[in-house]
Design a protein around this ligand. Structure first.
Ligand SMILES: Cc1cc2nc3c(=O)[nH]c(=O)nc-3n(C[C@H](O)[C@H](O)[C@H](O)COP(=O)(O)O)c2cc1C
Length: 183
């Protein structure tokens, strides 16, 4: 397990098959074990799988972009609409806002981030590829209504999932001493 954590790499070149239902359940179980102040479970994961769902998600991205910039040219519109088709599955990861007086929203975002890390570690461990993306559209409030989110919720990532279509590149692990000191 520690080896998967150390060796995990992202993969942006993804093809079918997407994680099976059984594997996806395991990955989400891992995500739902993220540390969580006061047990608020401030998480929501919205899964888009297959051409129809990915096109629908692409349309959400496009409409949100157009609300901010109605003059987007055709080429840019196409590019935005097609973003989700870079993988057979995209999971929108959300930090829900519970407005608990003892738990500031930043802690909910941290907890959801830990959940996403568990999700992508699970994907890697099960032999899938994953790529965590955000970009301006993750922070575009016009994405919230089509995704049925509350205004105070935070989209923390679009997680692209599938089977790597290229060999995964291994990455050097940074030197521990460069990042750790004993106080
Ligand atoms: C919150 C968050 C948002 C990210 N957003 C993007 C993104 O929009 N585009 C991108 O190319 N990489 C993004 N990344 C980085 C990649 O997911 C990936 O971690 C990075 O390319 C390093 O690769 P590695 O995970 O194999 O070390 C993001 C990472 C995090 C944690």
């Amino acid at each position: 397990m520690i080896e998967s954590i150390i060796n995990r790499v992202s993969c942006g070149r993804l093809e079918a098959p997407a994680p099976s239902k059984e594997h996806l359940d395991l990955m989400f179980k891992a995500a739902l074990r993220a540390p969580d102040h006061k047990g608020l479970k401030p998480w929501e994961y919205i899964v888009f799988e297959g051409e129809e769902a990915l096109s629908r998600f692409g349309e959400y991205l496009l409409q949100a972009s157009l609300k901010d910039n109605p003059d987007l040219d055709e080429a840019k519109q196409e590019k935005i609409k097609n973003k989700p088709h870079r993988a057979p599955m995209v999971v929108v990861a959300v930090a829900k806002a519970n407005n608990n007086p003892k738990v500031p929203h930043v802690e909910e975002i941290l907890s959801a981030g830990a959940g996403v890390q568990n999700l992508i570690l699970g994907a890697y461990d099960l032999g899938y590829g994953a790529y965590w993306r955000t970009g301006s559209l993750a922070f575009n409030d016009h994405m919230k209504q089509p995704l049925s989110l509350d205004f105070e919720d935070t989209i923390i990532g679009f997680i692209y999932l599938g089977t790597p279509s290229v060999e995964l590149k291994s990455k050097p692990v940074p030197e521990v001493d460069d990042f750790v000191r004993w106080g």
